[in-house]
Design a protein around this ligand. Sequence first.
Ligand SMILES: *Cc1c(COP(=O)(O)O)cnc(C)c1O
Length: 362
Amino acid sequence: MTEKIKKLTIRKVSNDRAKKKIRDESKLGFGKYFSDHMFLMNYSIKDGWHKPRIEPYHNLMLDPASMVLHYGQEVFEGMKAYKWGDGSIYLFRAKDNLIRLNRSALKMCIPEINVEEVYEYLKKLIALDKRWVPKSKGTSLYIRPNIIATDPYLGVRASETYLFYIITGPVGPYYPEGFNPIKIYVSTEYVRAVRGGVGEAKTMANYAASLYGQMEAKKLGFTQVLWLDAIERKYVEEVGTMNIFFVVDEEIYTAPLSGTILPGITRDSVIRICRDWGIKVNETALSIEEIVSWSQSGKLKEVFGSGTAAVISPVGLISYKGKEYQIGDGKTGNLSSKIYEYLTGIQYGKVKDPYGWMDKVV
Ligand SMILES: *Cc1c(COP(=O)(O)O)cnc(C)c1O
């Protein structure tokens, strides 16, 4: 490999081509707007990952036979950068996201990236587009790395060429009306992922597979599906794009990382914070029947989801086999609020970060 193709090149957008920023940050929503630049690099067997570059945001040119478009060989990530009160910009655990990208890649037969190198490229991209990091409460810059298989070939096998790219864009608070509990629907008919499958990889197939069950839940008036394990249809796994936690008396329960759920970085953060607060966290298979009985006996105090988009999402009601179970008084629980305030406090630089999770970009 020559030095030349390993060195980052930067082509900036010209002033007259730069996009108009969204002035009213309360209208950002999620995933609708994109910054001026993107990062790209290519993979071939001969050159490995090469030609890292930052360019103006643009459409991709893909051969219609590109393997990703037919067989879904792809992995992605999702993380955020935050603007602090003094105008500086910080990433939250973004290196952990790149490490997870590699773990997903391994599962999908995609070649690994060099985490340290890509992390430096990512910081350059964000520094260049720093005007795109919004500053109002609850807003951030969402970052979406993606690796796609690009061989123009219709046989089923792993591709020999890939494109890695990162796009970013400003996103609003996940809850426009505040931090309100959601209603979730336990699907007994549809499943998301099965042991031995690709449920633990952040790969497009898992999201396509979840759409039908999600649509049915929406029709019935619920925000999200709570997935059960695909074999016994008994153990709770996760909710939409979130991991799930149950507060039972003074302890916390969450599904173990046994291959079918996404190893969430927010999940890991919540577990570490709670353990440091002296709360017992059990990572154990938990049956929906047990949760229902805890709900009936009043032992189930709070339920909440965790993920990058919403950080913490309180659950007010669970519907299972035609019956509805209210969680606590149906309002956001004390512990859910406390974790939310503390974790977002770290992310926005309002609370001291004892974990070294925040890394300054610029
Ligand atoms: C991304 C994701 C999560 C949450 O992971 P974080 O790292 O906390 O954002 C949980 N479940 C699924 C299915 C996901 O795709």
